[in-house]
Design a protein around this ligand. Structure first.
Ligand code: FAD
Length: 462
C-alpha cells in the first residue's frame, strides 16, 4: 500500500524528515508515496488574498518538483484525509507536527479518525529547529519548566542543539492520483516575492554571500536591503531553519562569515522559536494578553477607535515613518522589522488602540503572517507578552526615522506626497510650510499621547 505525505506548511522536498520517513516506508513496502495537500477552506479563508496568492504559487512550485504529481484535495482534512487513505488503502500518513492551536486540534482530530480505521498519523519534525515545548529550564521535580524570558531560552536552545538537515531522498516514487487541482491565485494587490523552495534557497544563498556579513549593522535599516527576506519562506516551510543553521555553521567554519554576524542571525531565528514555544504553552495568547498593563478605560472606543485605526491602516497618520511602513505592508505584503515595531508601538501607545486590532490588520496583509510570530510580537511591543518590551518604552516616530532612515529614502519610496523634501527633513514635514501637498496632518501629537500612555501605565500599576 502507498504511504501518504501530507504537506501543510512544509512546502519543500529538501531537509524534510517526514518525506524521508514516507519514502523509506513506501520503499520497504514496494509501493509509492502520495504527496497530498489539503486545501482546507477554514485556513484558506483566513489567509486573505496576499497569502492565498503566495500559497497558490508555492504549491505550483511544489507540484512541479513532484513531476506534477501533487494531489490537491479541497475540503476539511478531517474528512479528506481518512477518505484518501481509504481510497488508496494507505496505512500511514506522515506529517511534520503542527504546534499552533488550530493545527494541533486538527491533527488530533484527524489522528483519532484515522485510528478508527487502523491508519496511523506519524509526526516527524516540525517547522522549528527544536520543537516547541522541548526547551525547558533545568532541574525541578518534573524536569524543568518552560522559559519565561528570551535570553535564557536562547542559551538553552543553543545548548539543546538540533539535528543535521535531512538528506533529500532520490527518485521519490510519487503516486499518480486524481487531484482537485491547484488553487487559482487571487489578485493579491501587492508585489510579492517569488515563491517556492528553489526561490527560497536562491534568496538564502545570495544573502549568505552578500548580506550576512553586514547583518548586525544593516538589519535595522529599512532604507537598505539589510535582512534576508526569508520570513515568507520560513512561514510556508519552503526552507527549514535547520538548513539555515547548518549553513551558518559551515560559513563560519570556512571563514566566509564572521561569527558575530552568524550569531545575530541565529538569535533572530531563536526569537521565532521562542514565540512558537510561548504560544505552545499559552494557546490563548492568540487573542488574550498574557498580562494586563493598563486599565480598561485607557483604550479608544467606538467611532474614535475606528477613525484612528483606519488612518493607521491606510498610512495616513501624518507621521512619515509610520505611514511609510503601513504603505509598504499594503504594497508588498511585508514590512521591515524595525518599522513593524514602530507602527505597532504607535497604534497601541499613541493611538491607544488595542494590539489585537493591529494584529488583525497585519494578519490580513502580511505574506509571512504567522499566528505565533505575529501575535507574540504584537504582545511584545504592547508590553503584554512574556519577556515583553516594558510598556514605558514608547517609540518616538521622528527619532526612529532620523536614526534608521537617516536620509529619508525609505519614507520617500513609500510616501510619494513627501518626495519633494530632500534628506532627513522628510521625517518632520510639518516644519516646512507647503512642502508636502496632499500629505495628512498628524492625527495625534506624539508628545501628548506619550504622557497619556505613561499615566495609564502608572494607573495600571496601582
Ligand atoms: P531577518 O532579519 O532576515 O531575520 C531572519 C528570520 O528570523 C526571519 O525571517 C524570521 O523568521 C526571524 N525573525 C526575525 N525577527 C524576528 C522577530 N522579531 N520575531 C520572530 N522571528 C524573527 N514575523 C513573521 O515571520 N510573521 C509575522 O506575522 C510577524 N509579525 C510581526 C509583527 C510585529 C508587530 C513585529 C514587531 C514583528 C513581526 N514579525 C513577524 C517578526 C519580524 O518582523 C519578521 O520576521 C522579519 O521582519 C522578517 O524579515 P526577514 O526575513 O528579512 O528577517
Amino acid at each position: 500500500a502507498p504511504t501518504v505525505l501530507w504537506f501543510r506548511r512544509d512546502l519543500r522536498l529538501a531537509d524534510n524528515p517526514a518525506l524521508g520517513q514516507a519514502v523509506g516506508e513506501a520503499r520497504a513496502a514496494g509501493s509509492d508515496v502520495v504527496g497530498l495537500y489539503v486545501l482546507d477552506p477554514a485556513l484558506w479563508a483566513s489567509a486573505g488574498p496576499v497569502r492565498q496568492a503566495y500559497l497558490a504559487r508555492s504549491l505550483r512550485e511544489l507540484d512541479a518538483s513532484t513531476g506534477g504529481r501533487l494531489v490537491v484535495r479541497h475540503g476539511d482534512p478531517r474528512e479528506v484525509v481518512p477518505a484518501l487513505c481509504a481510497e488508496v488503502g494507505a496505512r500511514s500518513v506522515h506529517v511534520a507536527a503542527s504546534y499552533e492551536p488550530y493545527g494541533r486540534r486538527r491533527d488530533d482530530a484527524v489522528e483519532a479518525l484515522l485510528a478508527e480505521r487502523d491508519v496511523s498519523l506519524r509526526r516527524t519534525g516540525s517547522p522549528y529547529a527544536v520543537a516547541p515545548g522541548r526547551v525547558r529550564t533545568r532541574g525541578g521535580t518534573r524536569g524543568g519548566t518552560p522559559f519565561q524570558v528570551f535570553t535564557p531560552f536562547r542559551s538553552a536552545w543553543l545548548e539543546h542543539g538540533w539535528r543535521a538537515p535531512a538528506p533529500l531522498p532520490d527518485d521519490v516514487a510519487w503516486a499518480t492520483l486524481a487531484s482537485d487541482g491547484l488553487p487559482g491565485a487571487p489578485e493579491a494587490g501587492a508585489r510579492l516575492p517569488a515563491a517556492g523552495e528553489a526561490a527560497a534557497l536562491d534568496r538564502w544563498h545570495a544573502f549568505l554571500a552578500d548580506g550576512l556579513a553586514d547583518y548586525p549593522t544593516d538589519r535595522d535599516r529599512p532604507d537598505l536591503t539589510g535582512t534576508s527576506y526569508l520570513s515568507p519562506a520560513l512561514k510556508w516551510g519552503e526552507i527549514h531553519p535547520r538548513t539555515l543553521l547548518a549553513d551558518l555553521a559551515s560559513a563560519v567554519r570556512s571563514g566566509s562569515v564572521p561569527e558575530d554576524s552568524a550569531a545575530t542571525y541565529r538569535s533572530e531565528l531563536a526569537w521565532r522559536e521562542f514565540h512558537a514555544d510561548v504560544l505552545f504553552h499559552h494557546p490563548g495568547a492568540v487573542r488574550r494578553s498574557l498580562r494586563t498593563v493598563v486599565p480598561e478605560d485607557a483604550w479608544a472606543t467606538g467611532a474614535t477607535e475606528d477613525a484612528l485605526l483606519a488612518a493607521w491602516c491606510e498610512g495616513r497618520t501624518g507621521y512619515p515613518m509610520v505611514d511609510a511602513g503601513m504603505r509598504q505592508l499594503l504594497g508588498t505584503g511585508w514590512m521591515h522589522n524595525r518599522v513593524r515595531m514602530l507602527v505597532a508601538s504607535f497604534l497601541v501607545k499613541d493611538l491607544h488602540v488595542r494590539w489585537q486590532r493591529g494584529a488583525e490588520h497585519f494578519m490580513a496583509h502580511l505574506v509571512d503572517g504567522d499566528v505565533s510570530q505575529n501575535q507574540l510580537n504584537w504582545q511584545w511591543v504592547a508590553g503584554t507578552g512574556r519577556d515583553a518590551a516594558p510598556y514605558f518604552r514608547i517609540f518616538n516616530p521622528v527619532t526612529q526615522g532620523l536614526t534608521f532612515d537617516p536620509d529619508g529614502a525609505y519614507v520617500r519610496e513609500w510616501v510619494p506626497e513627501l518626495r519633494g523634501i530632500t534628506g532627513k527633513a522628510v521625517h518632520e514635514p510639518w516644519k516646512i510650510a507647503g512642502a508636502a501637498p496632499g500629505y495628512p496632518e498628524r492625527v495625534v501629537d506624539h508628545a501628548v499621547e506619550r504622557k497619556v500612555s505613561l499615566a495609564d501605565f502608572e494607573r495600571g500599576r496601582r
